[in-house]
Design a protein around this ligand. Structure first.
Ligand code: FES
Length: 163
């Protein structure tokens, strides 16, 4: 397990205090911690459980249910490639393979240099645009045909990696 910094602990405590006593505090706390730290460390789940008077396993259940929460730090850029049915039959696998090759990231993991995280996800709700990729919250529909997703990844690499 990752050891988190004093600064991260302080941020967690501030967020927990801010939402303590509000309605539905667990999701509010998780949302802010994910936003601030980029992931939900175990220490945060313990703190939230204590403050919201629920068990750690309940908090963990929420974290694993919603795809917006992650228990490991994400790369600087996050690529989601949809592998739902509509995307799958429209060659999402080819797109995913290309993304993995370009980013040098394992599927559902993070590249060694921390630049990219790539996730193969369930339906992203934009089936009419299949195959769909989301790069840093921007949707790239018909990503394979137009090559837009690939172009954006190449652009990020050119900006950030000096190979
Ligand atoms: S199957 Fe890919 S967006 Fe629905």
């Amino acid at each position: 397990m990752l050891k988190i910094s004093e600064t991260a602990l302080r941020q967690i405590n501030e967020i927990v205090e801010r939402h303590k006593g509000r309605k539905g505090p667990v999701k509010l706390m998780l949302h802010d911690i994910q936003h601030e730290l980029g992931y939900i460390p175990f220490e945060a789940m313990e703190r939230i459980a204590e403050a919201a008077n629920v068990s750690v396993s309940e908090v963990y259940g929420v974290v694993t249910f919603y795809t917006q929460f992650t228990t490991e730090p994400k790369g600087k850029h996050v690529v989601n490639v949809c592998m739902g049915t509509a995307c799958y039959v429209n060659n999402a696998q080819v797109l995913l393979d290309k993304v993995l090759e370009l980013t040098k990231s394992p599927v559902n993991g993070t590249s060694k240099d921390g630049l990219f995280s790539v996730d193969a996800t369930r339906c992203l709700g934009a089936c009419g645009l299949a195959p769909v990729a989301i790069i840093d919250d921007k949707v790239y529909g018909t990503a394979l045909q137009t090559g837009l997703a690939e172009a954006r990844i190449r652009e990020i690499i050119a900006e950030e990696r000096k190979d």
